[in-house]
Ligand binder design. Sequence first.
Ligand SMILES: [Mg+2]
Length: 291
Amino acid sequence: MDYCKPHAGAERALPPPRGPAQRCVRPPGDGGGLWFRCEAELWWKSPHALEEAAISRLVLWNIDLTLVDVAQVTRAAYAEAFEQVTGVPLVYLASTGGRTDSEIFFEFLARNDVRLDPGEEPLSDFVDALGEAFARRRDQLTARGRAMSGAPEALAAVGGLEDTVQTVVTGAIMANAVAKLSAFGLDGYLDLSIGGFGSEHYPKGSLIQFTRMRAAQAHGFAFPEWSTVYISDSPRDVEAALIGHATPIGVVSGSATESQLRSAGAKYVLEDLTDTVRLVSAVREATSGTG
Ligand SMILES: [Mg+2]
């Protein structure tokens, strides 16, 4: 049986493991290499193959106002689904930046003074209705929405980095998230099978952690916390990145200012996605394990 042990060679290549040494297993799809898995997220490499060590980078993207702006269509779908499920028109809106669809629904209920009966659980009906309302508006996405400036080039540039997997972490339910991205041809740059979506009804910080685990399972190697970034436009998502142990990269393309993103904890803030050289350098630096 192999055991994870800190050693001088590995300390140079990877941060030392936290906690006591754990029983190790070879990761799936390793192809006979010398990586070992220690508990859920700790991976350790034999000192005998340091030169071959592939540090895998996980780049997570927020969707709304980071990659696309389809707010008009989304708002119309929220209104239709809300009225269909509650029988009450959606008069008072809620701020949606950085929130999941389930959080938004419960805030709609409170703001519009909808009282639930004990035992009533309308969330799954709302999610179904929201998916249908959005699907009916798919042909409006390109007419009433847009990809953010530089989004396709940014995804292509980051996707071209070595040992990099990119996907999304979004508050939108999966079907709507996929529709938003595919309307603008952005889905092909992303591994959406491992993404974190609002349909899971977990806070964003948890979605980041689940996505990291799914990435390791699907791709067969480690995506350590220190080599994960979350690119987003809202302070709530910056905070979620810190909770989910990803380095936040802020983009000033939503309603938040640079100083609001920095106050929330973003060390890197970009004006938009058009400067791919700056973006790629921020991703590289944020995932270098030196910060
Ligand atoms: Mg956003």
